[in-house]
Design a protein around this ligand. Structure first.
Ligand code: PEP
Length: 258
């Protein structure tokens, strides 16, 4: 059985006005989900406004969560609350939460993220875990890139499971920059990550786990990237705010059609 493609839309801290939400929801509802899983990550303030507005099976995946549950955790979003609202997925590890905000907010470590992931899984939800290297690491070549990703993956070794975890490989230099990884770079990196999982978790896990590419993916570059054997989908930022999001979903569904 091949891996079913999966595409996520990360709205980040957008839109500025709730009047724009209906249009963004419509972009997601326009996606044909018959050949591709779709999820969307609304901004924390907007999750509660849109979580029940998707009509095509697209899932809401909040952009963060805590790892303790409800109670005295000011400013947090509890997995327990997500479960109650019927949500199935949560995104963690985005580079903008790992210190790429450009703001002096505390960086989330991979160890902390593994704790979050364990909590998500314990509560019966699934997790999208984002990893990826900054530019100075990419400039050192694929071995340095893999070593960087392995550091991010190591605390997850015992919890990587194709049924419950999706990886999003997102080179930091490509996020929001308009500089997309070439299909060769994406394929080489995804294959290297998969090989590491095969050797360090299990060949079965490596074969089944879905690895999304993220970084300036759009309707134009999606067909070429979708043709890469180890690219199983996309995590999309900017283009998920536009109608072209449905074209990205269509491109990978077409490329991976059995
Ligand atoms: C992202 O936010 O995860 C992302 C990949 O953004 P963009 O598509 O805008 O580069």
């Amino acid at each position: 059985m091949g891996r079913r493609p999966i595409v996520g839309g990360n709205w980040k801290c957008n839109p500025a006005e709730i009047s724009k939400l209906d249009g963004l929801v419509a972009n997601i509802n326009a996606c044909d989900t018959s050949g591709c899983d779709v999820y969307v990550c609304p901004s924390p303030l907007h999750v509660g406004l849109v979580y029940n507005k998707f009509t095509n099976g697209a899932c809401v995946a909040p952009q963060n969560c805590n790892f303790k549950g409800c109670g005295a955790y000011t400013g947090e979003m509890a997995v327990d609350q997500m479960v109650d609202m019927g949500m199935k997925w949560c995104l963690i590890g985005h580079s903008e939460r790992r210190g790429e905000f450009g703001l002096p907010t505390p960086v989330e470590s991979s160890e902390l993220l593994a704790t979050k992931c364990k909590y998500i899984l314990e509560k019966g939800m699934k997790c999208i875990y984002a990893i990826g290297e900054p530019l100075p690491i990419r400039e050192q070549g694929i071995d340095a890139v893999l070593a960087y990703c392995v550091e991010q993956l190591t605390p997850f070794k015992d919890i990587l499971d194709p049924e419950t975890v999706v990886l999003a490989y997102e080179p930091v230099w490509s996020i929001g920059t308009g500089v997309t990884a070439t299909p060769e770079q994406a394929q080489e990196t995804h294959a290297a990550i998969r090989k590491w999982i095969s050797e360090n978790v299990s060949p079965k896990c490596a074969e089944g786990i879905r690895i999304q590419y993220g970084g300036s993916a759009n309707a134009k570059n999606a067909p070429e990237l979708s043709a890469c054997a180890d690219v199983d989908g996309f995590l999309v930022g900017g283009a998920s705010l536009k109608p072209e999001f449905a074209e990205i979903v269509a491109a990978i569904a077409q490329a991976k059609k059995a």
